[in-house]
Design a protein around this ligand. Structure first.
Ligand code: UDP
Length: 492
């Protein structure tokens, strides 16, 4: 007797921040359009969000087969150190507080999901998946190198962390490049604090899942991916499942009607020569001090290049001030006050300052864009590579310094900003922008980035390595769904 195959229904959890929301959405789209899944996405929000909910609604309008649930905002400020509110810990605590709501929603569904996909910040939901007999996956919306670090973390000894934090020795990750102290992350340098502990907990939970998905592809990072394969030096530690590169998943240019401000930017780009404009943006969170922002403005002028700059209100000592709420970045009328006097007037023929938020995917894909000054958030990096645009790497927070090293030293598609005092000087900024835009010399960044663009497109096309990974995951989910259908699980 032939068995009716039920559709796989996957629930995906997206932690707060556009950098987590955007790749989750792309994964959801991929699973529904190419692999026949039904998907429910839970977008978790914080109480300081005033802009994200409307952006989620914008991003998710016109989607078929995706059920979007935005969780009620939660406030975790009373659980954080007010003098040092760690970004990672804020996200983790927000996820913990939102979990009861997510569970109640899952339990009330007529056709409950049989698969749970969490991200690096929502691994605390995995015990719930086990209780509900769901198969479980982690989607690490990052590269293979940082994925390897996240998986290997629980195997690093306290001594190794101490030597890293105190003696500035590199953290050794088998089969991968070590993490140099100058590229380290906050949870690794304050080793025994709560953000370190929550990272370790996540690392332990990750090993319990059926599979780990990473937003990268075979040809981009062959060495780190080799270490993560079934027989690789780190992959072997994850005996239960497999690590799959499934990327590059990047936000496409949206066909949706543009806002007037966006139309103005794109019309301006239409009038510029090919590859003549440098785009500057520091992701959803990136902010800098007033002094640095002024120096950047002078550097930009000195470079004599056409530009589009996403400008945020300067904030002292907080590199990710707008991560949860881009509205904190100020508005058009106040931003001029922070720029050097006369800057906007002097540059009005050659550049545009966009307050807070720009249509990044569209700008990078535009033929007039020839370079990108980026904070190296992984989504921005992938969007740039998939647009064939070389970068100036200016990392600010999280794993961005590792990303900058990968881009500038391994892939050769970026030049990197180097600390030359408290403030990066205008001379250095101008020199790096010109290096990308005019005197690339023998680095060949533009050629290399275009080669990676092609290999990324190939990886996600039918029969490509990343597409095949998702086909394999689909097959595994189907098998588990059949088993539960026969009486064992909640997915039936
Ligand atoms: N983004 C955008 N416009 C902006 C700033 C950011 O569309 O003005 C998008 C960008 O295209 C990317 C995401 O927001 O998809 C930022 O993610 P990323 O991983 O680069 O950095 P994060 O914000 O997580 O630090």
């Amino acid at each position: 007797m032939s068995m009716v195959t039920p559709k796989i229904h996957a629930a995906i959890l997206a932690s707060p921040g556009m950098g987590h929301i955007i790749p989750t959405m792309e994964l959801a789209k991929r699973l529904t359009t190419h692999h026949g899944f039904d998907v429910t996405v839970f977008f978790v929000t914080t109480d300081s969000d005033t802009t994200t909910t409307s952006k989620i609604l914008e991003l998710t309008s016109n989607l078929n087969g995706i059920n979007v649930i935005i969780t009620p905002p939660v406030d975790v400020s009373d659980k954080l150190d007010p003098n040092n509110p760690s970004l990672g810990l804020t996200i983790v605590l927000t996820m913990i507080e939102s979990l009861p709501f997510i569970q109640s929603q899952l339990l009330s569904m007529k056709f409950p999901p049989s698969v749970l996909i969490v991200d690096l910040f929502s691994t605390m939901a995995l015990p719930m998946a086990r209780d509900l007999h769901m198969s479980s996956y982690v989607f690490l919306a990052t590269n293979a190198w940082f994925s390897a670090v996240s998986i290997y973390l629980p195997f690093l000894t306290k001594e190794a962390f101490s030597r890293h934090a105190n003696n500035h020795e590199p953290l050794l990750i088998p089969g991968c490049e070590p993490i140099r102290f100058e590229d380290t992350l906050e949870p690794f340098v304050s080793p025994w604090g709560p953000s370190h502990e929550s990272f370790l907990e996540a690392g332990k939970e990750i090993l319990s899942v059926d599979g780990i998905l990473m937003n990268t592809w075979q040809d981009l990072e062959p060495v780190s991916i080799k270490a993560l394969t079934k027989n690789g030096i780190i992959g072997r530690l994850f005996s239960k499942g497999t690590v799959y590169p499934i990327g590059p998943l990047v936000r496409p240019v949206e066909p949706a009607e543009k806002r007037e401000g966006e139309k103005v930017i794109l019309r301006w780009l239409d009038q510029q020569p090919d590859e003549s404009v440098i785009y500057l943006s520091f992701g959803s969170g990136g902010t800098m001090s007033k002094g640095q922002m002024r120096e950047l403005a002078y550097g930009l002028e000195l470079s004599q290049q056409r530009f589009i700059w996403v400008v945020r209100q300067p904030i002292e000592d907080d590199a990710f001030a707008t991560f949860f709420d881009t509205a904190k970045g100020g508005n058009a009328s106040t931003l001029v006050d922070y720029l050097p006097e006369g800057f906007v007037n002097r540059t009005k023929e050659v550049g545009i300052c966009v307050p807070m938020w720009a249509p990044q995917a569209e700008i990078l894909k535009h033929p007039a864009t020839g370079g990108f000054v980026t904070h190296c958030g992984w989504n921005s990096v992938l969007e740039s590579i998939l647009s064939g645009v070389p970068m100036v790497a200016w990392p600010l927070y999280a794993e961005q310094k590792m990303n900058a090293t990968l881009l500038s030293e391994e892939l050769g598609v970026a030049v990197r900003v180097k600390a030359d005092g408290e403030i990066i000087s205008r001379e250095q900024i101008a020199k790096l922008i010109r290096r990308v835009m005019v005197d690339e010399g023998d680095i060949g960044m533009r050629v290399k980035v275009k080669e990676y663009k092609l290999s990324g497109e190939k990886a996600i096309s039918v029969f490509g390595s990343s597409h095949e990974s998702l086909c394999q995951i689909t097959k595994d989910c189907e098998i588990l769904l059949h088993q539960s259908f026969e009486g064992k699980g909640c997915g039936a």
